[in-house]
Write a protein that binds this ligand. Structure first.
Ligand SMILES: [Zn+2]
Length: 222
């Protein structure tokens, strides 16, 4: 069983909380981090004692202000590294996430601020995720629609792909779908919740699992 760092734990609470906008259950956390409930309880206690999370029985865990500050710092490192690897090192979309997962724990503020500056203080990473600033402020996000709420016959721009697992990103890359790709919803199949989209005049069927990870913005047509 892998040991999970304090930082991974805080980051997971932050991202799970964004998805559901409520306290995160410890069983959800255990599933996301792929560790046992016992390991989660132990880590929760540690972070609670450090003042990084609050915990209520039957409700779950939430980050304190300090916990959130640390979570944003880790996301900042992760997302800046991904952008750096793509823009400067010319790595592919699907090659950068696993590397960033490691680097996010081992980068000083000094170095990450330099990378931020070098990249021109970007607001979004290659998957469309917002990059927290040096002061922990997130840029304003355009209003995103989950792909499964989209309407047939309309055109949308892909703005966000939730970035794990890497195989998904890799698959989307192979069919030519990237951040800022334009797609049209051709058909929605209610029996398995898959969606057929047209991308560069080719139809692709996306399974429910894939659809759940893609967020878009409607393209206004005149
Ligand atoms: Zn990533």
């Amino acid at each position: 069983m892998p040991t999970i760092s304090k930082e991974d734990y805080l980051k997971s609470i932050y991202t799970l909380n964004l998805q559901d906008d409520k306290a995160v259950s410890t069983s959800n956390l255990a599933a996301k981090l792929e560790i046992s409930n016992a390991a989660i309880s132990e880590m929760s206690k540690k972070l609670y004692d450090l003042g990084l999370i609050s915990y209520e029985k039957y409700k779950g865990v939430e980050l304190t202000k300090e916990g959130k500050r640390i979570a944003l710092k880790i996301l900042r490192r992760h997302r800046l590294w991904e952008l750096f690897m793509i823009k400067v090192l010319n790595l592919n979309w699907d090659e950068v996430h696993d590397e960033a997962e490691k680097l996010e724990h081992h980068t000083s503020d000094f170095l990450i601020d330099k990378i931020d500056e070098y990249l021109g203080f970007p607001e979004f990473d290659p998957h469309g995720a917002p990059i927290p600033s040096k002061d922990g402020v997130l840029p304003e996000m355009p209003k995103l629609i989950p792909l499964n709420n989209c309407e047939i016959g309309r055109k949308y721009q892909v703005l966000r792909v939730v970035d794990s697992p890497s195989e998904l990103i890799s698959y989307l890359g192979r069919i030519g779908m990237n951040i800022h790709s334009n797609i049209e919803v051709v058909e929605k199949l209610s029996f398995d919740n898959s969606i057929i989209v047209m991308l560069d005049n080719v139809n692709h069927s996306l399974s429910e699992k894939v659809v759940d990870k893609i967020f878009v913005k409607e393209i206004e047509e005149d």
